[in-house]
Design a protein around this ligand. Sequence first.
Ligand SMILES: Nc1ncnc2c1ncn2[C@@H]1O[C@H](COP(=O)(O)OP(=O)(O)OP(=O)(O)O)[C@@H](O)[C@H]1O
Ligand SMILES: [Mg+2]
Length: 397
Amino acid sequence: MSRPPAAKPARGEPGQRRNIGAVRSSFAPWNDPNATPLVRFEGVTKRFGDHAAVNDVSLDIYPGEFFALLGPSGCGKTTLMRMLAGFETLDAGRITLAGQDLAGAPPHKRPVNMMFQSYALFPHLTVEQNIAFGLKQEGMPKKDIAARVAEMLALVKLEPFAKRRPDQLSGGQKQRVALARAVARKPRMLLLDEPLGALDKKLREETQFELMDLQVELGVTFLIVTHDQEEAMVMADRIAVMRDGRIVQIGRPEEVYEAPNSRYVAEFLGDVNLFETTVEAIEHPMAHLNLAEAEAGFYVLDDDCPQPGATVWLAVRPEKMRISLDPPAPGARNVLAGEIWDIGYTGDWTNYIVELPGGKLVRVARANARRFVARPIDWDDKVWVSFDPDAGVVLTS
Ligand SMILES: Nc1ncnc2c1ncn2[C@@H]1O[C@H](COP(=O)(O)OP(=O)(O)OP(=O)(O)O)[C@@H](O)[C@H]1O
Ligand SMILES: [Mg+2]
């Protein structure tokens, strides 16, 4: 006798979830010359004293896009967002929304809403009063406010908490109130500054999916700031990586991860092994790179590889490296011999750190696809690390 199927999770229809993925992978208005951006930053600069917190940033964000700004603390993410929301003036450049220059428009006149890094809930107001606040301010009739607040409470699943004050809520619940308050006015664009920063890992992951659902449900354009690269990769259609007030790369998560344009971006998103080397020869489609640690050097795809003699860095992600106790076949390329220096076991993955004869450390990540292996790799084992010619990216800066 077969058992009835298990209840489906409450979050959305299963069919709908599959659709989201299908829609998202074909969503690429930035490649369409006829698409009009919703927001356009053109040469935007903001200085505090001598320091340019945002330095000549040009960026287009498209209607319905989920766009993430990523970068280390102090690189200008919040400042960029505050200029769009109208809390900060520009020193140069302009920002347009649906073709209209936003200069001079006060924050409450802009069709954007910002959820702050600290949530900034009003401590003396209840959950429903917090959500109603902006609606009252813009003069919405009372009964419409009540209906909108009820809709928002349902959206973030906080109906039972309507009468509580923020200090009677958990961190995750506060975060939902802030979110409901930010979307209550149905802005065209929602700016979220570290919206999940205060949540623990589990709740953070759940909330990431809820935010993505919410975005599809509301049809709002999202600009999100995070310092968590994994979070940006999970949620965003595109990511901009910032450094010292400038945008250094924009692309889909997989583009930025698999084809970083610099060591900075490669190192900022995930782990990477960087080998400083020189180009020995171009033997199209391969480039031959010199490397003291690898007897035969490295052979990689010559995409964007400069001419022989140039100094380059080969970037190879740990999960694209193989590790073995057995020596490679004679003549094998892209092989490094070393000794296990450290092992980190995380359950699903094992991370090996291998010391090469010159002292350089190489990281190799291996998925634990089997529960048991005959002879596990152990500390101080002599091992061989190798990778395919297309596993690495040649970087020039
Ligand atoms: N009102 C201000 N007056 C002076 N300097 C400021 C002001 N606001 C921001 N800055 C400076 O501008 C730079 C960018 O700040 P911003 O808050 O945009 O960084 P961020 O990328 O959001 O960092 P975090 O990840 O820490 O939030 C920092 O060097 C910061 O000290
Ligand atoms: Mg910030």
